[in-house]
Design a protein around this ligand. Structure first.
Ligand code: FPP
Length: 245
């Protein structure tokens, strides 16, 4: 595996953890086995990210649309998440990982909410790596939620002052679930689909998009390095012009 110049690494990587179900079906296993294998791979992936000293990752673990899945699959996901946090929380604390959640977790089973809140509290001072789990997350919902919070503040402001002060991009971002994380530099989607699926639409405005057919449970360190090597060669212009060499 080639080493990549540190200054060419992304600061924030977002991953759509896709392909667990197909990984299991290809092996005649229940879909829940694919999720279990996907969870194990997640742990390995986080260790690779720590080694690379990349400071932020966002992981799409359950979308607002995933509620359409069979109840048995949803329950197996909650069980898996519970086990994941129970098993790795101590290690996260030791490795100075800060666990952040984006999404509305109040719809999750109580035990999941409890362990997630415990993980947030016990790791909130850590700064080595921010792991942002996007759970019951949808980008459109996130933006509507931000607008509604701002509306409430503005109505109050109007009632008190008779005026409404307009907001800018920086202020708007404070109301997104992902605040204070920086924008996404690299979005990785394993699993062979070429879409963003309502994931971090605002935050990915200038992200480089990397798609691979590899299914998430098979996504290896080598796959990560391939994505990073591809990213290191991208010329990021943010709407400006090509740099003249
Ligand atoms: C999408 O694959 C994957 C999910 C909906 C769940 C992702 C969850 C994990 C990797 C488990 C670990 C999560 C935590 C927070 C510990 P899919 O089932 O849609 O795959 P398919 O497209 O092949 O059917």
């Amino acid at each position: 595996m080639n080493s990549i110049e540190k200054n060419k690494l992304p600061k924030h990587i977002a991953v759509i953890l896709d392909g667990n179900g197909r990984w299991a079906q290809l092996r005649n296993l229940p879909r829940s086995e694919g999720h279990r294998k996907g969870g194990e791979n997640l742990k390995r992936f986080i260790d690779d990210i720590l080694e690379l000293q990349i400071p932020y990752i966002s992981l799409y673990a359950f979308s607002t649309e995933n509620w359409k899945r069979p109840k048995t699959e949803i329950h197996s996901l909650w069980k898996l998440m519970l086990e994941f946090f129970a098993k790795y929380l101590e290690e996260c604390i030791e490795k100075k990982i800060c666990i952040k959640i984006s999404g509305d977790i109040t719809k999750l089973p109580k035990s999941n909410q409890e362990i997630i809140n415990e993980a947030i509290n016990k790791t909130k001072k850590n700064k080595h790596l921010y792991v942002n789990f996007c759970i019951n997350y949808g980008s459109q919902q996130e933006i509507i939620n931000a607008i509604n919070q701002i509306l409430e503040i503005k109505i109050n402001q109007f009632q008190q002052t008779g005026q409404i002060k307009k907001i800018n991009k920086k202020e708007f971002e404070k109301y997104l679930y992902t605040y204070p994380l920086p924008p996404v530099d690299l979005l990785i989607r394993p699993g062979g689909e070429y879409r963003i699926s309502n994931f971090l639409l605002w935050q990915c405005a200038y992200a480089e998009l990397y798609f691979t057919k590899t299914l998430w449970p098979d996504f290896s360190k080598e796959d990560l390095y391939n994505a990073l090597e591809w990213y290191s060669k991208r010329e990021r212009r943010f709407g400006g012009l090509l740099s003249i060499k």
